[in-house]
Design a protein around this ligand. Structure first.
Ligand code: SIN
Ligand code: CO
Length: 376
């Protein structure tokens, strides 16, 4: 169990998305959920996104995984970063749970880093909120103020920025947490062999929203309305300001109609940037199999990283799972809410559900897709 030692309501009000903060001893008696060896094992897997960053005299060198061995990197000056560890390593999930005071749709992934002395990724700016939790070892963190920071070497595509004046300069030790909102430059330097955990939260950009909206309109043959005008300007080469606004008004009509945007949002927000450890049954199981499993004592567990979302005031009875729409027609709203909120549904609850055919069909679909599995 990982329990945060601070007032999350106060944190959300005063710091969340506003300013960085160091929370010393945010976890009492923190224990690393994964060892360096286990992390190295994950970094050898093809499906898992990993990289090594080497500190060099003139910058940083990034080597993408998977890795076969780590001997060539030596004793210091490098850092291994593995993304979406929560997808592949169920024992890391309890650490993620500690941050579910923030909603699931915002959660990105748990990235775990193993760093050797002098290892680090360099001064950079992220476009997401991050909680950096220190496990074993010590790392020094500097955070600069939000502002106009130049990209290092003028490279516009790089997240690396020039050195900055720190507003936070701290050595994190086991159980400490550093929270950094988007836009604040930061830089970690490793003092002793260290494991650290980055819990990232992200929100959609205009680019992502518009792309998803456009895809949905094309797929459903919608959004065909064209601009009309009754008055035209005399100048041949001119588009009037009123017409420009009228055309953009067509877009804001889409943004004001829940029937147009709800499914788009549900699909977009329930997608995951990283591969999931999907576990579909080789042979599809039936509703009867599910009922039997429940009667035999099975619980049902969601795979790590899967997003199951419900939209408030949804026009349709649906859940959004991993970018897909799932109908929940005929299922009690309270049960739907529970499915969206809980990662684990215990047998005692499931056995009260087994007389409801629509619900059993939903769970059968979830298990056959590999989204959920039976657990002890
Ligand atoms: C790191 O652990 O060095 C990278 C984490 C971050 O800067 O967000
Ligand atoms: Co960062």
């Amino acid at each position: 169990m990982y329990t945060l030692n601070f007032d999350t309501v106060k944190f959300t009000r005063e710091y969340w998305q506003k300013k960085p903060i160091v929370i010393k001893n945010a976890f009492n008696e923190f224990e690393d959920p994964i060892s360096a060896d286990e992390l190295a094992g994950l970094a050898m897997e093809e499906d898992i996104s990993s990289r090594i960053v080497q500190t060099q005299s003139q910058g940083w060198n990034v080597v993408q995984g998977p890795f076969e061995d780590f001997d060539e990197y030596g004793e210091d000056g490098w850092q291994l970063l593995v993304q979406a560890v929560n997808h592949w390593y169920p024992d890391s999930q309890p650490l993620v749970e500690a941050f579910r005071f923030l909603p699931d749709w915002r959660f990105d992934d748990l990235m775990v880093s193993f760093a050797t002395p002098k290892g680090g990724v360099g001064p950079h700016i992220d476009n997401y909120d991050v909680f950096i939790i220190q496990g074993e070892g010590e790392r020094r963190w500097q955070v600069g103020d939000i502002g106009n920071h130049q990209q290092r070497g003028g490279d516009k595509s790089s997240p690396l920025v020039d050195d900055f004046e720190p507003i936070i300069d701290v050595v994190l030790t086991k159980g400490d947490v550093l929270y950094i909102p988007p836009g604040y430059p930061h830089c970690g330097e490793t003092l002793t062999l260290a494991l650290s955990y980055s819990i990232g939260f992200r929100a959609p950009s205009q680019q992502e929203l518009l792309t998803e909206m456009a895809d949905s309109l094309i797929d459903n043959n919608l959004g065909k309305q064209r601009f009309t005008s009754t008055e035209e300007v005399a100048n041949k080469g001119l588009v009037s300001q009123q017409q420009q606004q009228g055309m953009m008004e067509l877009l804001s009509q889409l943004a004001q109609d829940p029937a147009q945007y709800q499914t788009v949002l549900g699909k977009l927000l329930s997608q995951n940037r990283f591969e999931l450890d999907l576990n579909p049954f080789e042979q599809a199981i039936s509703e009867t199999d599910i009922i039997e499993a429940i009667e035999d004592g099975a619980n049902i567990q969601r795979i790590g990283g899967l997003k199951v979302l419900k939209l408030e005031a949804d026009n349709q009875a649906q859940l959004y799972v991993n970018g897909e729409v799932v109908s929940v027609e005929g299922i009690d709203a309270e049960i739907v809410a529970m499915i969206a909120n809980e990662h684990f549904i215990e047998q005692a609850i499931l056995s009260t559900w087994r007389q409801q055919p629509a619900l059993m069909t939903l769970l059968t679909q979830f298990i056959n897709q590999g989204w959920y599995y039976f657990s002890e």
